[in-house]
Every structure is written in structure tokens, then in C-alpha cells.
Design a protein around this ligand. Structure first.
Ligand SMILES: [Zn+2]
Length: 140
């Protein structure tokens, strides 16, 4: 948890607060700070290699091609990233306090989506949502 200054009364408050406990001023996203989260998809060769979809906080969707990166802006605090590729999904919680990088790749054996990176919730490294459906679409 970080402390930020209330833009109204100037007192220090938690960046997780939705309103200032001293003066009642609602906190705006600018008050909390916004950071760049770079998500890179490792270069991998598969017979069929569809674009991945990354859904941020159950709303904004981003496409991520094989061997490419995207940069998204997130405010300080916890966010949910859902990585989808075909029928497979991996959910990661990220606790944003600074710029960070995340790497996604496919497990060649299980076909599951691996997500690794800085400032990710522990659940991330053991995916909280992992839907494996056989299909034999992977070359190796
Ligand atoms: Zn205040």
C-alpha cells in the first residue's frame, strides 16, 4: 500500500481509498497514478496460432499476436487480467504500484497459458482459471 496526497486537503491517505477520510473528497484515477504494463507474448511456433485476447477487469479487450507486445495503462491497485487463447483461459491478478512487464506463453505439453511477471499475485503462477480442452491443435 502506498500513501498519496489528497488533492483537496493535502493530507496523506491510502491509494486504495475511494474517498479521502479527512475531507471526503472522492479520489480520481489521476490521484492514484497510472502505470504502463507491457505484456509480451513469447515467440512460439504452432500449427495453429490464433491471436490471444486479454480482457482487463472484465471490460477492455486487447488482441495479442504471437511474438508481439502491447502496452496498457493501469491505475495503482489490483486489476484482473484474463488471458484467453482458443478455449484456454488463465486469470491473473496484478497489483500495480509501478511500471511492470508480463510475459505470456503456451505450455507445449498441456496447452495451458503460462503467465509470468513482476508484481503478479501468487495465484498467477499457478493459474486460478485453467480450462484445458483437448483438440490436438498444437504441433509439438
Ligand atoms: Zn482530503
Amino acid at each position: 500500500m502506498a500513501l498519496i496526497k489528497c488533492s483537496e486537503c493535502g493530507k496523506e491517505i491510502s491509494d486504495k481509498a475511494s474517498v479521502c477520510p479527512h475531507c471526503g473528497m472522492p479520489l480520481r484515477s489521476e490521484d492514484r497514478g497510472t502505470y504502463d504494463i507491457t505484456i509480451t507474448r513469447k515467440k512460439q511456433w504452432f500449427l495453429i496460432n490464433p491471436d490471444a485476447t486479454i480482457t482487463v477487469n472484465n471490460s477492455d479487450k486487447y488482441k495479442l499476436k504471437n511474438d508481439s507486445s502491447i502496452k496498457i495503462s493501469l491505475t495503482t491497485g489490483e486489476h484482473t487480467l484474463l488471458f484467453s487463447l482458443g478455449p484456454r483461459k488463465t486469470e491473473a491478478k496484478i497489483n500495480v504500484t509501478e511500471n511492470a512487464t508480463i510475459e505470456m506463453s503456451m505450455n507445449r505439453v498441456s496447452g495451458e497459458i503460462n503467465v509470468t511477471g513482476y508484481k503478479l499475485d501468487l495465484k498467477t503462477n499457478t493459474p486460478t482459471v485453467s480450462v484445458g480442452v483437448g483438440g490436438g491443435i498444437f504441433k509439438n
